[in-house]
Write a protein that binds this ligand. Structure first.
Ligand SMILES: [Zn+2]
Length: 326
């Protein structure tokens, strides 16, 4: 009896501090596309917090004090992995053991592709991290330089895993599992939401296949090499990227090379991204018949939330179709 009374008292005390009382876990997600999937699965229960907000790029992100506080208070943290959100690696290590950290690149059932190398996907020779893997996204900044043969970024896989809706489904299954584990009370809601989300991802995939089939073999240039999963899924043809790793701007040699590539390919499209310098695209297309467009593979220009993933994927398809059908 005394024990029950004490329990009652302590729960009453916790009502004053809602976050401590809440039965729902405090969930933090690194980047917008993943946040969108988590927000879908958590619909009707709570909203997950987002680290890389607004127009910021995950490749050049600096942690804010509010981000550190969010991580500190989190019960569950979702991120892709250190090849993607390199800025999170140290803060997550420093966190201690309170939160469960879910590395989604380790989710079962993902299709993974190697970073590509060769031709216009080759990193610039004058860059430091230029061997072994094409696109290290800043991973391994704090690893010894003699050891960067790709081992630190999980066999040198491309980390833009979410750009294939089937990978998004695999991530959704992992997100559901982790939420159910952390918050059994709302298991039925998480399971229902996840099933609905997977159905929507299948429908999206069917739509995108139909929408993109007319532009399948038209080559185009992208700003950074983020699109392999999208290309692999829908058969669209990226002929090169302006920059290999978006934290370092391309040098004059590379810009010249891409400019040449644009000319060699004939009239095509060169796509900028909202987070990065659009002037480069102008330079690359100057004097050619190439058109320019914008692709947003990390959803910098989109409003966060459950619908973001779908807006982002449909946005990619629309931009490609609009520019390449001209
Ligand atoms: Zn990227």
């Amino acid at each position: 009896m005394k024990f029950a009374a004490a329990l009652l008292l302590s729960s009453a005390a916790m009502i004053c501090a809602p976050s401590a009382f809440a039965a729902t876990p405090d969930v933090v997600v690194s980047i917008k596309p993943i946040h969108s999937l988590v927000a879908s699965v958590m619909k009707g229960v709570a909203e997950p917090k987002l680290i890389v907000e607004g127009a910021a790029s995950p490749h050049t992100y600096n942690m804010r004090p509010s981000n550190a506080a969010a991580l500190q208070n989190a019960d569950l943290i979702f991120w892709v992995g250190h090849g993607m959100e390199a800025f999170l690696e140290k803060p997550l290590e420093a966190l201690g053991s309170k939160a469960t950290v879910v590395t989604l690149e380790d989710a079962p059932g993902l299709t993974k592709l190697k970073f590509r190398e060769g031709g216009v996907f080759e990193p610039e020779a004058e860059e430091g991290h230029d061997h072994g893997h094409g696109h290290n996204h800043g991973a391994g900044e704090d690893h010894a330089d003699g050891e960067d043969d790709g081992d630190h970024d999980h066999e040198g896989n491309d980390v833009h895993l979410w750009l294939d809706p089937m990978n998004a489904k695999a991530m959704t299954a992992e997100i559901e599992k982790q939420l159910v584990q952390a918050d059994a009370e709302h298991a039925a809601i998480y399971q229902k939401n996840a099933a609905e989300l997977m159905g929507k991802l299948d429908a999206l995939d069917t739509d995108l296949k139909a929408e993109l089939s007319p532009i399948k073999d038209k080559p185009f240039i992208v700003f950074h090499d983020a699109y392999q999963y999208f290309e692999h899924r829908y058969g669209v043809k990226v002929a090169g990227s302006i920059t290999v790793s978006p934290e370092t701007m391309p040098g004059a040699e590379r810009v010249k090379e891409i400019h040449q590539k644009v000319e060699d390919l004939g009239a095509t499209c060169v796509f900028a991204e909202p987070q990065f310098e659009p002037k480069l695209v102008k330079v690359v297309t100057e004097g050619s018949k190439a058109k320019s467009g914008v692709l947003d593979p990390e959803a910098g220009a989109l409003k966060e939330g459950p619908e973001l993933y779908f807006d982002m994927m449909r946005g990619l398809a629309t931009s490609l179709k609009t520019c390449l059908s001209q």
